[in-house]
Design a protein around this ligand. Structure first.
Ligand code: SOE
Length: 395
């Protein structure tokens, strides 16, 4: 393995759930993969100095700051990684791009189409003015089994695509007394299950099939309208300590929609945090004339493949354990059968981004891709509100 001679200084804003996943990725990527640039964990930014310092110590960041603006003027910071709630994405990303920094931004790209349009414009301007690159963190694209699913579709193994069935099922809000957090506040999160986890399946369905969603018909519901105000910051699992006071939930608990996609594909989507027993089940099934694929994130090293051209007597779904060296990303890791987990897709995201930056090419998913997903989310909300089909608007 060769050692890169040029540094890529990283400044990361946010250090909670996503912040930890990204910190780990920046640390792990150069240890397992040959990179053309060496990521340096220069600055970790958070509002609380002590808490930020503690995380920085654990993940070996060189310094901490309580003000993300500091990243804009530091010559040793080349990339700004945004792991904060989505109401802050637009301001930080646009400022960083204007300062000539590369940007990695968590999903959803923004809280509205208007913000996402401004971000996509800033990304395109920064690419031509500074050669700066911008990527949005639809991390599941880098789960090896899902990358393999896309490869099989691209190779024509499923033939004409008829159906996509996509679900993202969690249950951490099924307890009506799980406390409030920023994810339940529309002004901070933009939407609920729709933007937080529905955005992933929208991106995934489009990425795997290579077809865009053109129109949607949806419905949304908030099952539990008030929740305890968290005494401490609530975790994703809703286990923060809470008192008797309750506050309003201002986002959807579930969003369900049908969609038409390019090429005559008919799709269904379901995003919920009330699927009791389902912890983090992102499921995707694609049915085509020559066969089908099926995936569940709760069994993430496996892809099921059905070959519809095979003899009926031995037909049915085959279970592919996606841990062979010629499967996407696996060559950097362990011997066959020694499985990867949730964090590894974040490492792959960093690996791909660093290669794109070094090669001077636009990463995928780009901010333009993030904007397109935002348009789908907006169309679902409008459809649910107006109780009718909505076209997904273009530029
Ligand atoms: C981050 O990619 C993310 O979407 C979180 O925001 C969700 O809450 C998590 O459950 C899935 O990953």
């Amino acid at each position: 393995m060769s050692s890169p001679t040029t540094d890529l200084g990283v400044g990361q804003v946010g250090h909670a759930f996503m912040g930890a996943a990204h910190s780990q990725a920046w640390r792990t990527a150069p240890a397992f993969f040959d990179l053309p640039l060496m990521p340096r964990r220069r600055v970790l930014v958070g509002r609380d100095h002590d808490r930020t310092s503690e995380v920085a110590r654990r993940f070996e960041w060189e310094s901490v700051s309580t003000d993300w603006h500091e990243l804009l003027t530091r010559d040793d910071v080349h990339l700004v990684d945004i792991c904060t709630p989505s109401d802050t994405h637009a301001e930080i990303a646009i400022a960083a791009l204007e300062a000539g920094k590369h940007v990695l931004c968590e999903k959803p790209l923004a809280n509205s189409v208007e913000e996402a349009v401004q971000m996509a414009k800033a990304a395109s301007a920064a690419a031509s003015t500074h050669g700066a690159r911008a990527m949005v963190g639809f991390t599941y694209r880098r789960v090896p089994a899902l990358a393999l699913a896309r490869r099989l579709v691209q190779e024509g193994r499923l033939g004409r695509i008829y159906h996509v069935r996509a679900q993202y099922l969690q249950d951490w809000l099924a307890d009506a007394d799980a406390p409030l957090s920023w994810r339940l506040d529309r002004t901070r999160a933009g939407s609920g299950a729709l933007g937080d986890i529905g955005a992933h399946i929208v991106d995934m369905a489009q990425h795997v099939t290579g077809r865009s969603i053109t129109s949607v018909s949806g419905t949304m519901e908030t099952f539990v309208e008030t929740r305890p105000v968290a005494g401490t910051a609530a975790t994703l699992g809703g286990t923060g300590s809470a008192g008797a006071e309750r506050g309003p939930v201002t986002v959807d608990d579930t969003a369900v929609f049908t969609a038409r996609m390019e090429g005559g594909v008919i799709a269904s989507f379901e995003a919920t945090r009330f699927a009791t027993g389902r912890k983090n089940s992102l499921r995707l099934e694609v049915n085509g004339e020559l066969g089908s694929i099926a995936f569940d994130l709760e069994d993430m090293n496996v892809l099921h493949l059905h070959d519809a051209t095979a003899d009926d007597a031995v037909g049915g779904f085959r279970r592919i354990v996606v841990t062979e060296a010629d499967h996407p990303y696996i060559a950097g890791w362990w011997p066959p059968g020694h499985g990867l987990g949730y964090e590894h897709a974040f490492t792959h995201q960093v690996v791909d981004l660093v290669h794109d930056i070094a090669a001077g090419r636009d990463p995928s998913p780009s901010f333009a891709d993030g904007l397109q997903v935002q348009r789908v989310l907006q169309a679902v909300e409008q459809s649910a509100h107006e109780r009718c089909w909505q076209d997904v608007s273009g530029d």
